[in-house]
Design a protein around this ligand. Structure first.
Ligand SMILES: CC(C)(COP(=O)(O)OP(=O)(O)OC[C@H]1O[C@@H](n2cnc3c(N)ncnc32)[C@H](O)[C@@H]1OP(=O)(O)O)[C@@H](O)C(=O)NCCC(=O)NCCS
Length: 185
């Protein structure tokens, strides 16, 4: 693995370095359903943007992307297999929420950080948002660490499966500070 003195060692190597990112498109529903089906139980608990991950449900996900409701991107390995799914849901919102999930074999190698930086750039520069958001289960320490490291701040507790089991986090770009809705939980 070493690159010699003074070199930089990639955190992953070989075929994994050939990853790419592209918008979801017609025909992806089966592969997307297979991706969700291949997540470990822990990853599926942390990353469950859709209750139903059947092929039929994934067709709806692809349709929303094709119509521009969501910005939804497949992360592919060198063989074109979907190994990750990253997105903003409902890009028309003032504070759209992003999501990011990778197959377990791709964790802890820096890929999630790279994809998060990409999504942050898209949110700020392409979608033109002043604030972006996300929700994360409180016990998802790796994801929470990642989001904090990239500037997200906790704005409130939210309920995903159990009461107050998650944080809503925001990253604000604009000078003007948007505030979370009054009231709620
Ligand atoms: C969360 C996820 C996208 C992160 O991607 P990744 O490629 O694994 O993350 P990276 O390797 O880029 O970075 C992980 C960081 O978390 C840190 N980390 C790993 N495990 C940790 C833990 N248990 N507690 C705290 N920090 C942890 C690593 O040290 C690294 O931080 P560093 O860059 O400061 O050293 C990916 O792990 C994933 O898909 N997990 C399952 C689904 C999920 O949880 N999605 C997010 C839902 S909100």
């Amino acid at each position: 693995m070493g690159m010699g003195s003074g070199g930089t060692t990639p955190r992953f190597s070989g075929p994994t370095l050939a990853f790419s990112v592209r918008p979801l498109r017609e025909g992806d529903a089966e592969a997307l359903a297979a991706f969700y089906g291949a997540l470990s139980a822990e990853s599926a608990r942390f990353f469950e943007p859709y209750k139903d991950t059947s092929v039929a449900a994934m067709r709806e996900v692809v349709r929303r992307a094709a119509e521009g409701v969501d910005l939804s991107l497949a992360v592919l390995d060198g063989d074109g297999r979907i190994v990750g799914h990253i997105f903003y849901l409902d890009v028309s919102k003032d504070v759209p929420h992003l999501g990011i999930g990778l197959l377990d074999a791709y964790h802890d190698q820096g890929l999630g950080s790279a994809l998060l930086v990409y999504l942050i750039g898209v949110g700020r520069h392409v979608l033109g948002k002043q604030t972006i958001g996300l929700t994360v289960l409180k016990d998802n320490r790796r994801a929470f660490h990642l989001y904090r490291k990239h500037g997200f701040q906790t704005v409130r507790d939210v309920t995903f499966r159990d009461k107050d089991d998650s944080y809503e986090m925001w990253l604000r770009f604009g000078a003007a500070k948007a505030e979370p809705d009054a009231g709620g939980d």
